[in-house]
Write a protein that binds this ligand. Structure first.
Ligand SMILES: Nc1ncnc2c1ncn2[C@@H]1O[C@H](COP(=O)(O)OP(=O)(O)OP(=O)(O)O)[C@@H](O)[C@H]1O
Length: 876
């Protein structure tokens, strides 16, 4: 048997070096990650990693000349890590940083190495990877096959925020779309389910099935939080949420994130507290991101925050509007209060501005990653607190007072940092220059020694020149001999006997003296001591700061809340928004409402035309909006939903007045979809989204349907649209308030039989053969589409436009279109509602009802849905 080496390893294989063996052993522990392997002053990558890294980073790929074809190599200097690491991570790579764990000069044999951090898109403290206005979440999804339930958890390690929840697919999809995690962990076993429902939009990482077990994850959480159970967090009854959360903690350990004390709590995402926005709505309304290139999401307009914490909290408030009247009114009162006392608001803004990212700074303290410069910033942030407290202590708005009151100035810590740290403290911890003069007498003496030492040497040089007459005498320093005296050969004979010769050069001799050596020791050891002592003091400050973790986290939340309210007030003031009246009734009344984003983007000189909208459950439940292309139908639909949602976020709204009965769900089927790349047809997407709406309606829902049925043949389209409108009107349990924009004028006939459906149109004026868009919503249906006019405006060839006119006239002459309307009028009425009260249901309809009843749209694949639709049509 081959003999083992002294460190217990097998002997090297052929072609193996100690270094390559060490590399292979470490690499094997981090599959799927690029390994940055520290060798001397470089981080090196090898093999496949090198190929990837060189492509992403644009660094040179070299091939090592040992006959091995795969032996690629690419590297960069270690000090460029901050430049290159974020690029790799943003490209979706997981990166294991392998450092030298001992001083190479002291190493016996090969230097010990190990991975000190595995940086992934979702788990990062790196300021270059993070966007300070957004949370950077890693999410995890667990799944229970027997009842198709999902668990989900989100963690932002840079702020310590940790949340979980569980529910059916649609709920989890919505949460994922709301929080937009940078990375999703899921069980390997359910890869196909994950792929189908969450797709390739997110960076993801599949993990072994056994990790996703309750028995494994529950203790991880209780151990982390040092609690007996999870009751205090309100998640005890969420086994799938617990699993998802525990998986994230496991992942942190796997990625070498071991100092995570700042993850001090876990919150349950309470489904009942927030307005249900399905994932289509978050996308369609462009709340926090835009699907169009160059499109402006609402958040860009709403975000006037002064701190990164504020910006992040705003994003959360925007995707999670409230349902509870008192909570909304409390926020509103804060905004109103700020607007009433203009000057106070200006002062508050100036106090918030210098605070910076207090939340991430305290997280860095907990993770042991804060540098001296950042600790100074933490102190500066806390120094703003007393003035904010004082400013708002007597403010009439209770929410402002409440948050200001909760802020804690952490005076003792501030004083401590103030007295110890230099204002210009550096980013590096080991090079001194951190601690103020006067903080520690011992340190001051050492500093003096080190600076004065150099003066002393100069004086010594001068003195010795005078004493010996050696005019060429120089005191100098090198690493090998330390300080020495140098004498050119011409003056060699004047050297006193007590000097000790150390080195002979061609033209000179070098000597040391007792005195010189003594001093050298003092200077060098002073510098060493300075950096050791300073590092020690800094460490102590970090440790003390950590004791303030909870207080500072609470401060961060308070400051963020004040910041978001101030941002709401700023936006309201700048854009002339009003405070909406919210109530628990059934009506929504908006006067002179505007679209918050479009009104900002109109060309100079154009004004946005405001419109009134009224909806309720008794008289005007469904508004059927017709009007030519380009008239402003979509804008009207979206602005109505945006106004309602902004109101429930606590913000003021773009209108002259608004009285809003609280909405619990908002659904939209608006505009083109971006799912086409997934191979789904426009119509299929449209039907999937509409089905999701119809299956989840509530009495306080607000539904926006834009041009339903557009994606198929006219007859199919009109029929579907007609049936959907009927369904919404006649629903047995709820009267969802609906805005329905359509090109099918045939749908205007619905009002004859359905009392709560009302016709409106967006008006235009015909002048000669031109149309002028008046954009006013007026009662009554409209006759024409003016589609050909719009085509003309878009620059279609004149001959083509004339021909289209001709065809249209012919069709109208032959009454083809009017016939349709007549047919619809004569159609047997939908007796669905009557049936509910007892009449016989035809056999075919019964079958359809049964089939629909047993259908879970959330688990249908697009193709299955299409087949089902076909089958139902056949039954009909
Ligand atoms: N109230 C308004 N005041 C001023 N401009 C408006 C107004 N509403 C819409 N617009 C402008 O008109 C453009 C077209 O509006 P919108 O997309 O809502 O029309 P539409 O009726 O839905 O058209 P289509 O039927 O072709 O989809 C918008 O991009 C906007 O610039």
């Amino acid at each position: 048997m081959a003999k083992k080496t002294p460190d217990g390893q097998e002997p090297l294989k052929k072609g193996e070096t100690p270094l390559s063996r060490q590399f292979n052993q470490i690499k094997a522990k981090y599959p799927g990650a690029i390994l940055l392997f520290r060798v001397g002053d470089f981080y090196e990558t090898f093999g496949e990693d090198a190929v990837k890294a060189s492509k992403i980073l644009g660094i040179t790929l070299t091939r090592r000349n040992n006959g091995n074809a795969d032996d690629h190599l690419a590297g960069f200097p270690h000090h460029s890590l901050d430049t290159y690491l974020p690029k790799l991570v943003r490209a979706g790579q997981r990166v294991a940083i392998c450092d030298q764990l001992e001083n190479p000069a002291e190493a016996k044999g090969i230097v010990k190495r190990g991975v000190t951090e595995l940086v992934t898109p979702g788990v990062s403290f790196n300021d270059q990877v993070l966007d300070n206005k957004r949370n950077n979440y890693v999410a995890s999804i667990s799944y229970q096959e027997k009842d198709a339930q999902f668990g989900v958890a989100f963690l932002d390690i840079s702020t310590g925020e940790f949340m979980c929840s569980q529910g059916p697919l649609a709920y989890v999809q919505k949460l994922i779309q709301s929080f937009m995690p940078s990375e999703i962990l899921f069980p390997k076993k359910y890869r196909s389910i994950y792929q189908e429902h969450f797709g390739d939009q997110y960076h993801s990482f599949s993990m072994e099935e056994w990790i996703f077990s309750y028995e494994f994850t529950y203790p991880l959480l209780t151990e982390h939080f040092k609690t007996k159970n999870l009751k205090g967090f309100g998640i005890e009854t969420m086994p799938l949420g617990i699993i998802a959360a525990g998986v994230i903690l496991h992942y942190l350990a796997e990625t070498e994130h071991k100092q995570v004390g700042h993850i001090a709590t876990i919150q349950r995402i309470e489904e009942d507290k927030f307005v249900w926005l399905d994932r289509f709505t978050i996308r369609n309304l462009e709340l926090v991101y835009s699907v169009q290139e160059g499109g402006v999401p609402l958040i860009d307009l709403m975000d006037q925050t002064m701190t990164p914490m504020g910006a992040r909290l705003l994003r959360k408030w925007m995707v999670l509007p409230l349902k509870e009247l008192a909570a909304i009114q409390e926020r509103q009162a804060g905004v109103a209060g700020l607007l009433e006392l203009d000057e106070t608001m200006d002062v508050l803004i100036s106090l918030l501005k210098p605070i910076g990212d207090l939340e991430r700074l305290i997280s860095k303290v907990a993770a042991g990653r804060i540098n001296p410069r950042e600790l100074v910033q933490l102190k500066r942030a806390l120094q703003q607190v007393p003035a904010i407290k004082e400013l708002l202590a007597t403010h009439p708005a209770p929410i402002l007072q409440k948050w200001a009151d909760q802020l804690n100035p952490c005076l003792h810590l501030v004083q401590k940092i103030e007295s110890a740290l230099r204002d210009d403290a550096p980013m590096l911890v080991h090079q001194g220059g951190i601690i103020k003069t006067g903080y520690l007498p011992e340190l001051d003496e050492l500093h003096q020694l080190s600076t004065n030492g150099k003066d002393y040497l100069a004086a010594m040089q001068k003195r010795e020149i005078e004493r010996t007459g050696i005019t060429s005498l120089k005191v100098a320093y090198n690493k090998v001999f330390g300080y020495y005296l140098e004498v050119t050969n011409a003056h060699k004979d004047r050297v006193p006997p007590e000097w000790i010769r150390k080195q002979t050069l061609v033209n000179a001799e070098r000597y040391i003296t007792e005195e010189l050596k003594g001093y050298e020791e003092k200077i060098l050891s002073a510098e060493d001591k300075i950096s050791t002592i300073e590092f020690g003091i800094f460490q102590e400050l970090v440790r003390e700061s950590l004791e303030y973790l909870e207080l500072i986290q609470l401060n961060a939340l308070g400051i963020a809340t004040l910041d978001v309210l101030t941002s709401f007030a700023q936006v309201a003031k700048r854009n002339q928004y009003v405070q909406p009246t919210l109530h628990t009734g059934d009506s929504i009344q908006i006067e002179a409402g505007r679209h918050p984003v479009i009104e900002q983007q109109l060309p100079l000189g154009e004004v946005y035309v405001p419109n009134d909208v009224y909806l309720d459950n008794e008289t005007q439940q469904i508004i059927m909006i017709t009007g030519p292309n380009m008239a402003g139908k979509s804008a009207l639909l979206r602005q109505t939903a945006l106004i309602v949602l902004m109101a429930q976020m606590g913000s003021f709204v773009p209108a002259t007045s608004a009285s809003i009965g609280l909405v619990d769900k908002v659904f939209t089927r608006v505009g083109a979809s971006d799912n086409l790349s997934k191979g789904e047809s426009t119509f299929m997407v449209e039907m999937t989204e509409t089905a999701a709406i119809l299956n989840n309606l509530s009495n306080n829902s607000l539904v926006l349907l834009d041009e339903i049925g557009r994606g198929t043949s006219t007859y199919d389209g009109v029929s579907m649209a007609w049936a959907i409108a009927e369904h919404l009107h006649n629903h047995s349990k709820c009267r969802a308030k609906t805005l329905f924009a359509t090109h099918y004028h045939e749908l205007n006939e619905l009002t004859e039989d359905f009392p709560r459906i009302k016709n409106f149109h967006v008006s235009v004026k015909e002048v000669g053969n031109k149309i002028i868009f008046l954009r006013k919503l007026v009662p009554g249906g409209s006759e024409h589409s003016f589609g050909i006019h719009v085509a003309q405006m878009a620059g279609m060839p004149t001959s083509l436009v004339l021909r289209a006119h001709e065809i249209l006239q012919n069709l109208e002459k032959d009454h083809v279109l009017e016939d349709n309307v007549e047919k619809l009028k004569d159609m047997p009425k939908n007796n669905y509602q009557l049936n509910l009260f007892g009449a016989e249901i035809p056999e075919g309809l019964k079958k359809i009802e049964e089939q629909l009843g047993s259908l879970d749209v959330n688990t249908l694949s697009p193709i299955e849905a299409l087949l089902k639709l076909n089958e139902l049509k056949r039954l009909l």
